[in-house]
Ligand binder design. Structure first.
Ligand SMILES: O=c1nc[nH]c2c1ncn2[C@H]1C[C@H](O)[C@@H](COP(=O)(O)OP(=O)(O)OP(=O)(O)O)O1
Ligand SMILES: [Mg+2]
Length: 199
């Protein structure tokens, strides 16, 4: 029997990855894109990925009185002092455009040599439930920033992120490959016990 779980996101790329990674726990993913009523944008005004993930999960869990998972994630680039970090979605402006965001990163990184292009994807996954303490786990994926975009898989900054040990960008990895090494995967394994008891 499949058990339904709401993931409090409007990002289709995340939804696809949660759907794929939660299926092995017998969990069917519903997202904010599946709600009939319009869901107002949740203000992500925390100072950390963890705070923002908890804000998103609790906003939906407390309104609908159901268990909710949320994800706050982004790209930390060492040569840019950790930018874009928690501002990853809006790095090039409020419209949250993936293409513009990655172009801005490439222009900021122009002239930065290979050895100084280190970066990581970070993902905080929060679990919020009515009458329970929220908990949040972090996963990361180390890599380097490419010199130009390559590949069409995935979403966001995937075309300019080369995971450690690979010579391909994340967007040149299949969904299955990405879901075995990603920051999101590395956060989800830390809530595995909770996912198992749910199903
Ligand atoms: O696996 C990833 N591969 C590439 N890029 C990624 C990934 N994971 C996060 N990212 C980027 C996309 C976005 O620029 C930001 C997330 O921002 P974040 O606020 O967490 O998500 P969002 O606003 O797109 O959807 P929502 O808040 O409804 O979950 O980091
Ligand atoms: Mg967001």
């Amino acid at each position: 029997m499949m058990k339904e779980l709401v993931v409090a996101t409007k990002n289709e790329g995340k939804v696809a990855e949660f759907r794929s990674m939660f299926s092995k726990y017998g969990i069917e993913v519903k997202s904010l894109l599946d709600f009939n009523e319009p869901i107002k944008d949740i203000v992500e005004d925390g100072d950390t990925f963890e705070e923002n993930a908890a804000i998103k999960a609790e906003a939906i869990a407390f309104q609908y009185e159901i268990p909710v998972v949320a994800d706050d994630s982004g790209l930390e680039i060492d040569a840019l002092n950790g930018e874009p970090g928690i501002y990853s979605a809006r790095y090039a402006g409020e419209e949250k455009n993936d293409q513009k965001n990655l172009e801005k990163v490439l222009s900021q990184m122009e002239g930065v040599p290979e050895s100084e292009r280190t970066a990581r994807f970070v993902c905080a996954v929060a679990v919020a439930r009515p009458n329970h303490e929220t908990f949040v786990k972090r996963g990361t994926c180390e890599g380097v920033i490419a010199n130009c975009p390559r590949g069409t898989e995935g979403f966001g900054y995937d075309p300019i992120f080369i995971p450690k040990g690979s010579n391909r960008t994340m967007a040149e990895h299949s969904a299955e490959e990405k879901n075995s090494i990603s920051h999101r995967k590395n956060a989800i394994v830390k809530i595995e016990q909770w996912l198992q008891q749910l199903s």
